[in-house]
Design a protein around this ligand. Sequence first.
Ligand code: GDP
Ligand code: IMO
Ligand code: MG
Length: 424
Amino acid sequence: MAAKVDVILGAQWGDEGKGKVVDVVAPEYAVIARFQGGPNAGHTLIFDGKKHVLHTIPSGVFRPGVWNLVGNGVVIDPVIFMGEVKGLEAAGVDVRPKLLISRRAHLILPTHRALDAASEADKGAGKIGSTLKGIGPTYMDKTGRNGLRVGDIERPDFIQRYRALVAKHERLFALHEHKPEWQSKEAEWLAAVEALKAFNLVDSEQWLHDQLNAGHAVMAEGAQGTLLDIDFGTYPFVTSSNTISAGACTGLGVGPSRIGKVIGIFKAYSTRVGSGPFPTELHDATGEAIRKAGNEFGSTTGRPRRCGWLDLPALRFAVMVNGVTELAMMKADVLSGMDTVRVCTGYRIGGQVHAGFPFELADELEPVYADLKGWGELKADKPLPPEMEAYITFIEQAVGVPVRIVSVGPDRAATLVRMSAVAS
Ligand code: GDP
Ligand code: IMO
Ligand code: MG
């Protein structure tokens, strides 16, 4: 019987701990496939006392016997990609034989990164807070039908195509006040493109279906999070791809009927890095304490992450638009020792309380909170304390799906699988 594609995706504003969960479950799958985003992602894996941060390469790469596929929906910066490969090889991981790259994935050029920087600088105070990896301009060229794809590097006229796109970008710089330098990056980029040719470049949609038809299970690994989705996130403070489960279909070439479980990853609280609305954000000592205890600094940019309480209207919205079948709750240990933990249950807008997630998170929107009893220390080899169970049950009842995985520390081993009373 044909196997299914399960999906792991972020249910908040990114950095939920997707990389950790993918690494934990990877041995159950034949293939781990990234379906969107690019090096704006930073997925952290910790095991055997070592930390690894992945940007483009799927988080199954440390597990023996697992294929890792960079899907067509991903955008690739060859320089960053080669840096990741070298880092993994230095760590003793023979990544090349188990890595495949879709020919349909788009390439991030040095000029895309410069355009990203120019656009952000021109926006001034209204900037998105982009990671400046060239994500927006690359997806713009994809949808504008100007982009260069991985498969193009095998064409004899690749360099002419590259020059034509750069010439187009040079015309665009004229529209920007800021014109960042990119020329010094070109030689390294072209060398990385050459190096990319030695990788397993494939028609990944066919390869993936061959795997499924042979009964090999696939895990689709998302980047960013639902509230950064180009359609359903807090636009315009979003990324430029579909981070939701539908993105796994377009980003890998599989139909909805092939999707199995959809696992939404969320933190026991909320974080956001970059600009944009964040109703439950804490600007006080509690927010600072969460940032410190949770080491909430960006894996890609090192920027401090904004911290706040768990937002149930937002999580319910994520469950809805993704068709989440089960949840994984991360970083509950970070809140250990607090007397009271707050959860946002609704938004007060113009005197009325709403449980839904509106078109716009306007400034006058006010979160309504429930106060729950805090918990003590959490250990993976001990049952969860009753206060933690009560917190999880409260969430499950609010969003209607079970929390099956609970993560109580950054290490691979600090993970529990929980029996839930709520059906998938
Ligand atoms: P991703 O982008 O969704 O893969 O998440 P990131 O790797 O950017 O950020 C998650 C951070 O939290 C990383 O530093 C992880 O090592 C860490 N982390 C993951 N799960 C847990 C957990 O349960 N407890 C704690 N304390 N840290 C965790
Ligand atoms: P992972 O996969 C958290 C945010 C940026 C910015 C906005 C747009 O590690 O969860 P972009 O570079 O895409 O133009 O930035 O999206 N952002 C992320 N925030 N985690 C990420 O990835 C992110 N990728 C982008 O901070 O606000
Ligand atoms: Mg991250």
